[in-house]
Design a binder for this molecule. Structure first.
Ligand code: GLU
Length: 556
């Protein structure tokens, strides 16, 4: 190109703006020293995934901890892969975790902030302004190669055994077209892409300081990367460079899959005359493959739990996933949480430097433990409200039962709650239904199976005798006295100690007697406090269940 300015006018007659005007329109941010500007930049090609939430948290925490700004940018340059409600799905997902951006996209057609538009498809003029400037300065050129020519180039590189593949050096046919050749093709309407004129050398190296990984070194970029595709749409490489500059991003935090492209990006930032941002490449979220026990990337395709929606559907409180992801982000989070059990999670002193480099292993069992702790710290009323909210959306019949008699579930949820060692038995609100199914005659499934040491005739006799003394008004002490009083007449002992000392002298002890009552009332051998269950079930239901169980044992 002998007159790049002329070529620039030929390619971009529509562009009157200059980079200087953009600089003025998007001035450096007026933030205190050390404040970091980060962005979450999803492509609206699917629902929010665990890996996305993990990255968004790193962005959010980095900005918040430094008094900076975190914004949401929608990277929608790949229209083919876009889904209709992609933006709202991502926004709703993030909001449910309490992640609110300072700027950026706020809905399908809405946004806030002075550095917009925050959707790439609405930033065409900006990209074309920067592209025109690159052409003017001889740093970008139009490439008219057809798909067939590019195929031939690949074949040639294969035949040559070229170590580096792509459009570069002697293979870059359009790099040195004359102005006349370019003009002729443009006037003839030949389609073209705009390419970067790379100036790296094959021996050159690039080093950058990754905030998570430390020094990263790689070969310099020599590829004449596409900046604008033939329809004028920018590639990610070019778009994000313009965006991160004019949105005044200080820290590009993104997935490690972008590490190999970073040399290219640094070259582009420099060619555009932009300051290179700081980089932090986050590790992948991994899981242990059930089939072969190896670690692999959590897969959107294979793993249902890769979608954040999986957890709301299963009724995990959003805080649980958040808490768990925080343990994956920074290994010292758990110590911090122990020392600050009630602190707002977002006050955790997050540090990019404390992220693991080798990958974050997502473990559902661990997540369930975290979730049990989160639910154990909630009040019974809150657990009830969350269970009802979950059921209203996913299980309306159960929601109706919960609304009909809230006192039943609330009474059960209140058991062993509060205090130093609360009960940790519920990991997700979906589980409440099965866990307390015996509280509702509509859900209760009787199962009169007795442990081996008890026989049906004794069970029937114990139940009948209990029915004679049962009173719905009994408090826990009165109730237990009655259970103990049943023992001796039926060959059991009220003392476990006595039974252990002389097991052959008794049919069993007081625990076995209450097991019979428990099975008759709930169909289970293990439940929270039985006296409370009986009180909440009410006299009519208790008598009916005991009579039915006794009759069944008699009939055996
Ligand atoms: N849109 C890119 C992606 O979803 C974002 C990469 C980045 O954060 O720069 O992978």
């Amino acid at each position: 190109m002998t007159d790049p300015v002329k070529i620039a006018e030929l390619l971009f007659p529509d562009i009157q703006k200059t980079p200087a005007e953009l600089e003025a329109a998007y001035p450096p941010r007026n933030l205190p020293e050390g404040a970091r500007v980060t962005r979450f930049a999803p492509s609206p090609t699917g629902y929010l995934h665990v890996g996305g939430l993990f990255g968004a948290l790193a962005d959010y925490m980095t900005a918040k901890r430094t008094g900076g700004i975190v914004y949401l940018r929608v990277e929608d340059t790949d229209k083919k892969r876009e889904i209709d409600d992609g933006v709202s799905a991502i926004l709703e997902g993030l909001q449910s975790f309490g992640i609110r951006f300072d700027e950026g996209v706020t809905g399908t057609d809405t946004e806030c902030g002075a550095y917009g538009p925050y959707t790439q498809s609405r930033r065409v003029e900006i990209y074309r302004t920067v592209a025109k400037d690159l052409v003017k300065r001889g740093l970008a050129y139009p490439c008219f190669c057809t798909a067939e020519e590019l195929d031939a180039l690949r074949a040639q590189q294969e035949a040559d055994g070229a170590l580096i593949r792509g459009y570069f050096g002697k293979y870059a046919k359009c790099r040195d077209l004359t102005d006349a050749q370019i003009e002729e093709k443009i006037r003839a309407g030949v389609p073209y892409v705009l390419r970067f004129r790379a100036d790296g050398s094959e021996q050159g190296r690039v080093v950058f300081d990754d905030l998570i990984r430390g020094k990263v070194e790689m070969p310099e970029n020599i590829i004449d990367e596409v900046l604008l595709k033939s329809d004028g749409v920018p590639t990610y490489h070019f778009a994000h460079v313009c965006d991160d500059h004019f949105m005044r991003t200080t820290h590009v935090i993104r997935g490690e899959e972008w590490i190999p492209s970073t040399a290219k990006h640094i070259a582009l930032f420099k060619a555009c005359g932009f300051r290179v941002p700081k980089y932090a490449h986050t590790p992948q979220v991994l899981k242990i493959d059930e089939a072969d026990g190896t670690k692999r990337k959590l897969s959107k395709r294979k793993d249902p739990e890769a979608a954040v929606g999986y957890f709301s559907q299963a009724g995990y409180p959003p805080e649980a996933l958040l808490e768990y992801l925080m343990t994956l982000l920074n290994s010292n989070f758990e110590d911090w949480r122990r020392a600050n059990p009630d602190a707002d999670i977002f006050t955790f002193p997050f540090n990019l430097k404390k992220m693991s480099v080798s990958g974050a292993l997502f473990d559902l069992v661990k997540l369930r433990d975290v979730s049990k702790n989160v639910i154990a710290r909630m009040t019974a009323q809150d657990v009830y409200a969350c269970t009802l909210a979950w059921a209203s959306r996913y299980d309306p019949d159960y929601a109706a039962l919960l609304r009909e008699s809230p006192e039943k579930i609330c009474g059960m949820l209140a058991l062993d709650r509060g205090g130093k060692k609360p009960r940790k038995d519920i990991a997700a609100f979906r589980e409440v239904k099965a866990y307390f199914s015996y509280m509702y005659s509509e859900l209760y499934e009787k199962d009169y199976t007795l442990p081996e040491n008890l026989n049906p005739a004794d069970a029937a006799a114990l139940l009948e005798a209990y029915l004679d003394v049962y009173s719905a008004d009994d408090d826990r002490d009165a109730w237990f006295e009655k259970v103990k009083a049943l023992c001796a007449p039926h060959g059991f002992t009220p003392s476990v100690k006595e039974y252990k000392e002389n097991p052959d002298a008794f049919k069993g002890h007081v625990g076995d007697v209450s097991t019979v009552l428990r099975i008759a009332a709930t169909g289970r051998t293990n439940t929270p406090d039985l006296c409370t269950i009986l009180r909440l079930l009410g006299e009519e239901e208790v008598r009916a269940r005991f009579r039915d169980a006794a009759a069944c044992y008699r009939a055996l």
